[in-house]
Design a protein around this ligand. Structure first.
Ligand SMILES: NC(=O)NCCC(=O)O
Length: 325
């Protein structure tokens, strides 16, 4: 009986614009100029909520473990947020902006953060990446720690949104927590390469959308970023100067298990999809996942598991070694 709640949602994937050897200010400016054109296209298309890719203002330099890339970090209300605030207001659009944050009020430490900008150009709030990868060349723990902002859901003019940043998509409890807080759309801005994660990419977000009865917007950058100094992955293989290929393939998943086609593996792109947020409740009513979830049972297991004297509940076959030859 409710009126449809149609929201037009956009995802932007892009490569960097100039080589990583250029002056940092030039690199950032070039990316901002390129992304502005795509945001303008989203605005002209009537997008209501738009999400950019992880650390969109910079090359994904964390593989290098060189600290000079921290130069790209900026306060949550800094240059890129101010740049996007104007565009959010101009296009009456919510913009989700993942950046490298420098927290000037807390010792200038660095976080992997998303800034949520309302359609009036106001800053609604921030969220910091909960799970930090230590896999292959993704040595991000060199730069920032696990986030301290929990699982906020941002109530915007167009719906309740949340952001599960990149590696957090491998953690089902992270997806769950955004759902428990009432998210209707969860964005997953990412930076990941084909050799590492491509077989997982079409599965994890889609599973999360089904299990949590919400929409998911998955974004990955595109291209191969070559860095000035070679680095190793600590796996005995030769040193190298790039991560491999960021495979794009941004797409949406819906709570009814449907999904859109993906953007290109190679080119910049803007994915736009209209979604009726009523589907979240309709699927909850149909499947009853929340109702049947037995959260009390799992809360109990988790609290037992955290105790130092926890013993796994394993029932061994008493005849396990008794088989005659
Ligand atoms: N940026 C990031 O967290 N990448 C980790 C690699 C992955 O999760 O696929």
């Amino acid at each position: 009986m409710r009126q449809p709640r149609i929201v037009r949602v956009g995802l932007i994937q892009n490569s960097i614009s100039v080589p990583t050897t250029c002056h940092f200010a030039e690199q950032k400016k070039a990316i901002m100029e390129k992304v502005k054109l795509i945001i303008d296209a989203a605005g002209a298309s009537g997008v209501n909520v738009l999400c950019l890719q992880e650390a969109w203002t910079m090359p994904f330099a964390f593989c290098t473990r060189e600290k000079r890339w921290c130069e790209f970090a900026e306060p949550a209300d800094g240059e890129s947020t101010q740049f996007l605030q104007d565009l959010a207001q101009k296009y009456n659009m919510v913009i989700v902006s993942p950046i490298l944050e420098r927290d000037i009020n807390h010792g200038e430490i660095i976080w992997n953060t998303v800034v949520v900008i309302g359609n009036n150009g106001n800053m609604i709030g921030i969220h910091r990446k909960n799970h930090i990868p230590r896999v292959g060349d993704f040595n991000e723990s060199t730069y920032y720690m696990e986030g301290n902002t929990g699982h906020p859901v941002f109530e915007t003019a167009y719906g309740k949104i949340a952001v599960n940043i990149c590696y957090g998509r491998h953690h089902p409890l992270n997806w769950l927590a955004f759902g428990l807080n009432g998210a209707e759309i969860v964005f997953n801005p990412s930076a990941t390469v084909g050799e590492l994660s491509e077989p997982m990419w079409p599965i994890e977000a889609r599973n999360a959308a089904i299990a949590n009865s919400y929409f998911v917007g998955s974004i990955n950058r595109v291209g191969t970023e070559v860095f000035p100094n070679a680095f190793t992955s600590g796996d005995g293989k030769p040193q190298h100067a790039d991560f491999g290929h960021f495979y794009g393939s941004s797409h949406f998943s819906a709570p009814d298990a449907s999904c859109t086609p993906s953007l290109s593996r190679y080119r910049d792109g803007l994915m736009i999809s209209d979604m009726d947020l009523n589907l979240c409740r309709q699927i909850k009513d149909k499947w009853g996942f929340r109702m049947t979830a037995r959260y009390d049972m799992y809360a109990n297991l988790l609290s037992e598991y955290l105790k130092p004297d926890f013993k796994p509940q394993v029932i061994a076959d008493p005849l396990i070694n008794k088989r005659k030859a």
